[in-house]
Design a protein around this ligand. Structure first.
Ligand code: NAP
Length: 282
């Protein structure tokens, strides 16, 4: 158990619902590994109360908050200053408080790139197929663009949402109808599920993996369960599969640094503790 005194550094995560968030376990693991005088707490706050909650807490000595569904856009809207990533993605998952000001950042894009690092993707020579056009997709598309991705294909059930995303942040991307996505699978070096398909209790994302390019990489933003039908299909085809848990860990590292002024330790690894927490779902 880490030590807590009156001068402890405080931070938390705000969302609705929040009970199933892995962030408290993740942050606590690192706090204990470094034996910090620090505390990270979950806050369940409905949309109607979000602004007043954050504005109140920003006046206190709390260092900052992670922000999850459904508050990421509202978090950006109420901030005084925002990073380029948060502004371009149009959402914030990290708020920090200093000198009476609220600063917004988005670390989802960095988390995604950290998760893909072991796959050693040559972005400047690669085509990415991104499935989905919601909040997660915007962060992943931003990450791919900042990494110099050569070609980007976007497909979403509601085509107009994909077209809006392209207009706003990715003018070089092509939009493909949802029922045509298998026809472009062979062109993709990186295939990304940024939809909520595959989440526990939701239908799986079905693709015709026989048509995938050999040697390509499949990334699933979903991590409950860890082994989705999407990743199973990709691995059966011999592709490299990367799950969403490493993105969750990757987005938490810059938050930890911002809250507690220390790098989150690499060792001991936090992933096995989170996999254990996911339990049977993993
Ligand atoms: P969102 O903004 O609600 O977007 C949901 C996306 O899923 C949209 O593209 C939506 O398409 C699509 N979708 C939903 N049901 C569908 C269906 N039946 N058929 C086809 N497409 C469907 O959600 P989000 O915030 O982007 O989250 C997307 C996923 O990313 C979630 O699973 C979330 O858990 C995950 N995520 C993971 C991390 C991480 O750290 N690993 C971080 C953030 C999010 P329409 O536009 O047509 O509705």
């Amino acid at each position: 158990m880490s030590r807590i005194s009156g001068s402890a550094r405080l931070a938390g995560v705000v969302g609705d619902p929040i009970a199933h968030s892995l962030s408290p376990a993740l942050m606590r693991f690192w706090i204990e590994a470094l034996d910090l005088n620090a505390l990270y707490a979950p806050f369940a706050v409905p949309a109607a109360g979000f602004d007043s909650f954050v504005e109140g807490i920003a006046e206190s000595h709390i260092a900052g908050l992670n922000v999850t569904l459904p508050h990421k856009e509202a978090a950006l809207a109420l901030s005084d200053t925002a990073s380029k990533a948060a502004r371009e993605i149009g959402a914030a998952n990290l708020l920090t408080f200093a000198d009476g000001k609220i600063h917004a950042d988005n670390t989802d894009a960095a988390g995604f790139l950290a998760a893909l690092k072991p796959a050693k993707i040559k972005y400047r020579q690669s085509t990415a197929l991104v499935l989905g056009a919601g909040g997660a997709s915007r962060a992943l598309v931003y990450a791919l663009l900042t990494s110099g991705i050569s070609r980007l294909i976007l497909s979403n059930r509601s085509k107009s949402r994909a077209e809006r995303l392209v207009d706003e942040i990715a003018p070089m991307a092509a939009v493909v109808d949802w029922d045509q996505k298998d026809n472009v699978l062979a062109e993709a070096d990186l295939v990304i599920n940024a939809t909520s398909l595959g989440l526990k209790g939701v239908d799986p994302l079905q693709l015709d993996w026989k048509r995938a390019k050999p040697g390509s990489v499949a990334f699933d933003s979903v991590y409950t369960p860890l082994e989705t039908e999407f990743l199973k299909g990709a691995r059966q085809r011999g592709l490299t599969g990367v799950d969403g848990l490493d993105m969750l860990i990757g987005q938490a590292r810059p938050s930890f640094r911002a809250f507690f002024g220390r790098e989150a330790p690499i060792l001991p690894p936090v992933r096995p503790a989170l996999v254990a927490q996911l339990g049977d779902e993993a």
